[in-house]
Design a protein around this ligand. Structure first.
Ligand SMILES: [Fe+2]
Ligand SMILES: [Fe+2]
Length: 195
């Protein structure tokens, strides 16, 4: 099948649009998390947003031979607006799972049938990453719930603002070193570059 006439060409543009929107949604979600003093959750959203950007580039690059043309498509994309971080996390899990379980496997199968195995591989590989994203957001939800109910299990925490390491099951209301809100603390095992 000619790439020009393929459904895969359209699916790549659908995926590029979806990844681009996910990147923006997570960037907006990070702003909401910061406004709610949940700085560590903001960092997770920004980290994931950058990975969505990388996915967008993988799909976009597969379209290179059509450079200069426009691609028409239909599609459905989510509206997920809330000032509640929990809503944003729940929607993130849902959307990641939808990509992992439905959209990208279907796009991969079409690409395979149309004779584009490398593009099919990209859809499958990125589907696996979206699964990891869903699990990461799910874990963040579980941790937030434990914090709310006082069932924390961590013994060491890092303040993501100043790097102070706090020992104990309970967090202080704010960091004793830099006075930033306790929303800056993350389990030490989840802190970046911990060694
Ligand atoms: Fe993605
Ligand atoms: Fe994702």
């Amino acid at each position: 099948m000619e790439f020009q006439n393929s459904e895969t060409k359209v699916n790549l543009m659908r995926a590029f649009a979806g990844e681009s929107q996910a990147r923006n949604r997570y960037t907006f979600a990070a702003e909401v998390a910061e406004q709610n003093n949940q700085y560590h959750i903001a960092q997770v959203f920004l980290f994931t947003a950058n990975q969505e950007r990388a996915h967008a580039k993988v799909f976009y690059d597969h379209l290179e031979q059509l450079s200069g043309e426009n691609i028409a498509l239909d599609g459905t994309y989510p509206v997920n607006i809330s000032d509640q971080v929990r809503d944003l996390l729940d929607w993130a899990v849902h959307n990641e799972m939808e990509e992992y379980e439905q959209a990208y496997p279907a796009f991969a199968m079409t690409a395979e049938q149309e004779g584009f195995p490398q593009i099919a591989a990209s859809f499958r590989q990125i589907a696996e990453i979206e699964h990891a994203h869903a699990k990461r957001f799910q874990y963040i939800i579980q941790q937030a719930d434990k914090m709310t109910t006082g069932q924390t299990t961590a013994e060491q925490w890092m303040c993501l603002n100043c790097g102070h390491i706090h020992g104990g099951m309970q967090l202080p209301g704010q960091c004793p070193v830099c006075q930033h809100d306790k929303g800056y603390f993350v389990k030490l095992s989840m802190a970046p570059w911990t060694c």
